[in-house]
Ligand binder design. Structure first.
Ligand code: GLU
Length: 467
C-alpha cells in the first residue's frame, strides 16, 4: 500500500517552527517510503484564516524544499462533501440533531464545574429532541461502552475509555463543520495512511477514530510528535526570537541548516548532527522519534548554519549575500561582486545577515572609525609608514591581493616595523574597524581609489590627533 502523509495547517498565522517540523516529518516519511505527501489547508474558520497566511505557509514550505505531491486542498472548498458525510451519519443514526440552547449548555457546564466534574455534553438530545427555535447543531453519537486503542508510532499504546468522551458537535448551528469532523472526512477521502502531527492533537484522536469508523474508513497509523521547547524549557514562543520559519531566512539562515535542525528536534540517528537532505530521506524513521519534548537551540542552529555556509558554492553564497545586502539597502553596484565578498567572509559568519553587516564598508563609506581600534592603531607613529604605503599602493602596477601584500611587506621592512604594526593600522584605515578578512584580500575588494581615499582620511585623522 502506498504511504500517504499529509500536512494540514490552519492558515491563521505564519508557518512556525513547530509546524515546519511536523511538515518535515510528514514529508520525510513519505519520501523515505516512496509515498506521497499531501498539503491540505484547514481554513474552515473563515474569520481567523487569511490568504496571506496561506501564502506564508507555502512560501515557508518551498523555502525548506518540502515539495508536496498533491494539493493544496482547501477545506473551504469541500463544504458539499462534509454535508454529504453528515447526511450519511444522520441516516445511519451515528449522528443526531441537537437543539440545546446556548443557555442550557452554559448552565450544564457551570453545574458540572461546580460539582468538580469534567464538563461534557449530557446527551440531552441523543434520543430524540423537540426542535427548538435555533437551527440545530449536529452531534456525533460516541459509543459509551468500549475503549479505543491507539498504537501511536511515537507514544506507544494509548488506551482511552469511550465513556470519557462525550457526543461532540460535528456541524455547528450555522452549518460549518468542526475540526474533528472535517479532518476525518479529508483523511478518509485523501486516503491518508499516516497521520503525523503535533501531540497537542492526541486528545482528538479517539474522537476522530470513532467518526472514521462510523464512516466506514480504515484507520490510519498515528504518530504524535512531541512539542518543541525553547532552551529555557518553556514552550517555544515569540519570546525565544523568531518563530516564523521564513523570518530565519530573512535573518540569514540557509534552508539546509534549518532543515537539519528541525529534523533533529525529536529525531536522532546515533550522535550524528549533520544530515544532508538525501541522508535524512534515507535514514528518517518515525519510530525513532523521541517522546520527550525537543528543544530549539539557536546556538546549534548557528553552528549548523556556519557549517552549511562554509560548504556552499560561491555563486549560491553570493546570491544569498546579495539578497541580504539589498535588504539592508546597500548599493551593490557600488562595490565588489557579492560572490567575491562572500568568498572572503565565508569562514567568519554564522549567518548571511552577519556577513552582510560585516560587508558594509565594501559598498558604503563608514561614518567613523571604531573608537577603540582607532585609538589603538591610528597613532602618530604610523603616520610616516602609512604615507609611504599609500604611495606604494598608488603606484602598484596591478591592483591585486599578492601585489598589495608585497607592498605592505616591503613598506614595513623599510620602516623597520613588524607586519602587524602596519597591517592593523591599514585595516582600520580602510575598513574603519579592527576585524576583517586578511587585509590584502580586503583591499583588493575595496578597490584602489577607495582604499587611497580612506588612507588619506586616516592620515588626516592621525595628523589631527598629533596636533
Ligand atoms: N489544522 C490542525 C492544526 O493546524 C492540524 C490538524 C491535523 O494535523 O490533524 O493544528
Amino acid at each position: 500500500m502506498a504511504i500517504r502523509t499529509r500536512f494540514a495547517p490552519s492558515p491563521t498565522g505564519f508557518l512556525h517552527v513547530g509546524g515546519a517540523r511536523t511538515a518535515l516529518f510528514c514529508w520525510l516519511y513519505a519520501r523515505r517510503h516512496g509515498g506521497q505527501f499531501i498539503l491540505r489547508i484547514e481554513d474552515t474558520d473563515r474569520q481567523r484564516s487569511s490568504a496571506e497566511s496561506v501564502a506564508g505557509i507555502l512560501d515557508g514550505l518551498r523555502w525548506l524544499g518540502l515539495d508536496w505531491d498533491e494539493g493544496p486542498h482547501f477545506q473551504s472548498e469541500r463544504g458539499s462533501r462534509y454535508e454529504e458525510a453528515v447526511e450519511t451519519l444522520l441516516a445511519s443514526g451515528r449522528a443526531y440533531r441537537c437543539y440545546c440552547s446556548k443557555a442550557r449548555l452554559e448552565s450544564l457546564r457551570a453545574d458540572q464545574l461546580a460539582r468538580r466534574e469534567k464538563p461534557r455534553y449530557d446527551g440531552h438530545c441523543r434520543d430524540g429532541a423537540r426542535p427548538g427555535p435555533e437551527p440545530p447543531a449536529i452531534r456525533f453519537r460516541t459509543p459509551q461502552d468500549g475503549e479505543t486503542v491507539i498504537d501511536d508510532l511515537v507514544r506507544g499504546r494509548v488506551v482511552i475509555r469511550d465513556d470519557e468522551l462525550d457526543d461532540l458537535v460535528i456541524v455547528r448551528g450555522d452549518g460549518s463543520p468542526t475540526y474533528n469532523f472535517s479532518v476525518v472526512v479529508d483523511d478518509l477521502d485523501m486516503a491518508v495512511t499516516h497521520v503525523i502531527r503535533g501531540d497537542d492533537h492526541v486528545n482528538n484522536t479517539p474522537r476522530q477514530i470513532h467518526i472514521l469508523r462510523a464512516l466506514g474508513g480504515e484507520l490510519p497509523a498515528y504518530a504524535h510528535v512531541p512539542m518543541i521547547l525553547g532552551r529555557d524549557g518553556q514552550r517555544l514562543s515569540k519570546r525565544h526570537g523568531a518563530v516564523s520559519v521564513t523570518s530565519y531566512r530573512d535573518d540569514g539562515y540557509l534552508p539546509e541548516a534549518m532543515l537539519n535542525h528541525l529534523a533533529r528536534l525529536g529525531w536522532s540517528h546515533g550522535d550524528q548532527e549533520i544530515f544532508s537532505r538525501a541522508e535524512l530521506v534515507e535514514l528518517f524513521d518515525i519510530e525513532a522519534v523521541n517522546r520527550a519534548a525537543a528543544s530549539f537551540d539557536t546556538e546549534k542552529l548557528d553552528w549548523l548554519n556556519r557549517h552549511y555556509i562554509k560548504g556552499s558554492g560561491p555563486e549560491r553564497l553570493g546570491e544569498e549575500l546579495g539578497r541580504q545586502l539589498a535588504a539592508a539597502g546597500l548599493p551593490i553596484g557600488n562595490g565588489p561582486a557579492p560572490t567575491a565578498v562572500a568568498e572572503a567572509l565565508r569562514e567568519r559568519a554564522a549567518t548571511l545577515r552577519e556577513m552582510a553587516e560585516a560587508s558594509v564598508y565594501f559598498y558604503r563609506e563608514f561614518e567613523d572609525f571604531d573608537a577603540g581600534a582607532a585609538r589603538k592603531h591610528l597613532r602618530p607613529v604610523v603616520l610616516a609608514p602609512l604615507e609611504k604605503l599609500r604611495a606604494a599602493l598608488d603606484h602598484l602596477p596591478e591592483w591585486s591581493a599578492p601585489g598589495i601584500a608585497a607592498a605592505v611587506e616591503d613598506t614595513a621592512a623599510q620602516a623597520g616595523v613588524g607586519l602587524g604594526k602596519l597591517g592593523q593600522p591599514l585595516r582600520v584605515a580602510v575598513t574603519g574597524r579592527g576585524v576583517s578578512p586578511p587585509f590584502d584580500v580586503t583591499l583588493a575588494l575595496v578597490g584602489r581609489e577607495r582604499t587611497l581615499d580612506r588612507i588619506d582620511r586616516a592620515l588626516d585623522f592621525i595628523r589631527a590627533r598629533a596636533a
